[in-house]
Design a protein around this ligand. Sequence first.
Ligand code: FES
Length: 110
Amino acid sequence: MFPLDEIEPGTARKVDVGGVQVAVVRIDDDVYAIGDTCSHAEVSLSGGEVWCEERELECPKHGSTFSLTTGEPATLPATRPVPVYGAVVVDGQVHITIDTDTSDAQEVAS
Ligand code: FES
């Protein structure tokens, strides 16, 4: 949990939520949370550009863009989605929810 004011509109910030690296994106007063690690290589997505109209985050390495609502890549070279997490603003504070069942499944898969 952290103040919404810590993220400029139209930018992303990397947040550690219980050991899970999350890219938190702010567009106007809406927040989105997706896995911070690109599904193509070990690159932090929060260092990339936010595409506000498309609601996508661009990987800074090879330029794949990921949907902030589904985690699916919209452009190559990435072909696999990144996880999507819950993100809400309550009283000016950003709350991120990690689904532990999903986290467990990812650990088994890796
Ligand atoms: S590392 Fe992200 S698209 Fe290649």
